[in-house]
Design a protein around this ligand. Structure first.
Ligand code: SF4
Ligand code: SF4
Length: 281
């Protein structure tokens, strides 16, 4: 299990621990102020991610000193983890409200309104998180192209997530001053700020999932459809075998390749059971 599971999971995966969505955590005024600033100044986050490119260009020995300090700071404030779709469903079923808004990152990177982000709350109507969105001037999250905050049922959220998965987007949970989890988003390496940092600048702003993909050779017909969907370059094709295989050391366990495979040849294994990936986060 990842570091957050040990610190905030109470024996479960941390994102399945109801306490991490509680309104008690959102009552903290410092956390509320953090959320307000986060929403009001998306350009600050975009600039911080841009600066990580500079860090990635520094000599390796400087990065070895600097990166743990920066990572520790980010992990305390706004950090994510990849979560497969079935566990997104468990999260949705355990909460009273799911509110869809436009994606914060896509606003920054593409100046478009794309409704890929889902606020999660242990209170009705989106709780304090949605209240802050209503209170501050963040119209980029709520319009003008759509009708503001959309309250969804778990089954509506899951139907949308299946669509996002067919678009090749990976599901990620996000803290707003750890351990409070305020949202789950659907990311790609081009438009998502965190993916740009994690994949583009080699500076992880999210943990890998608790899983690793594996291909069943007997079922795989070598069609390579799955390879087009992996955002982490973790799938390889063997011309000799005419099969695809997963490089466990690169796999983030998102499960998107699994959704693409018409032969049901891909499954997710517990990361702890795969020695090459057990300690990679
Ligand atoms: S999509 Fe499925 S059958 Fe096709 S190469 Fe990938 S694992 Fe094999
Ligand atoms: S191999 Fe599959 S599960 Fe692993 S990162 Fe790529 S798409 Fe995700």
């Amino acid at each position: 299990m990842c570091e957050f599971c040990h610190q905030h999971g109470e024996g479960k995966k941390w994102y399945l621990n109801a306490k991490n969505y509680s309104e008690d955590l959102m009552s903290d005024l410092k956390r509320q102020a953090y959320v307000r600033d986060f929403l009001l100044y998306p350009e600050h986050k975009a600039a911080a991610v841009e600066k990580l490119k500079t860090v990635a260009a520094l000599p390796a020995f400087v990065q070895a000193v600097l990166n743990p300090v920066l990572t520790s700071r980010v992990q305390k404030s706004h950090f994510g983890q990849v979560v497969p779709i079935e566990e997104c469903g468990e999260i949705f079923e355990s909460l009273p409200s799911i509110v869809r808004i436009a994606c914060y990152c896509r606003h920054s990177t593409t100046s478009t309104e794309q409704r890929y982000c889902y606020c999660l709350s242990a209170a009705p109507n989106g709780g304090k998180m949605a209240q802050i969105i209503r209170d501050v001037d963040v119209s980029y999250l709520t319009g003008p192209d759509t009708s503001g905050l959309e309250l969804l049922t778990p089954s509506q959220a899951m139907a949308s997530f299946r669509e996002h998965e067919s678009e090749g987007l990976i599901h990620t949970v996000w803290t707003f001053v750890t351990p409070f989890i305020g949202a789950i988003c659907n990311c790609d390496r081009t438009d998502c700020l965190a993916m740009r940092a994690t994949v583009g600048s080699n500076f992880p702003l999210m943990f890998r999932s608790e899983y690793v993909a594996v291909v069943d050779n007997a079922a795989c017909n070598g069609c390579r459809r799955c390879m087009q969907s992996c955002q982490f370059g973790a799938l390889e094709y063997s011309a000799g075998m005419k099969k695809t295989r997963v490089d466990a050391a690169r796999c983030y366990g998102c499960g998107i390749c699994r959704a693409r495979c018409e032969k049901q040849a891909i499954s997710l294994l517990d990361r702890r059971s795969v020695p090459a990936a057990a300690n990679l986060w």
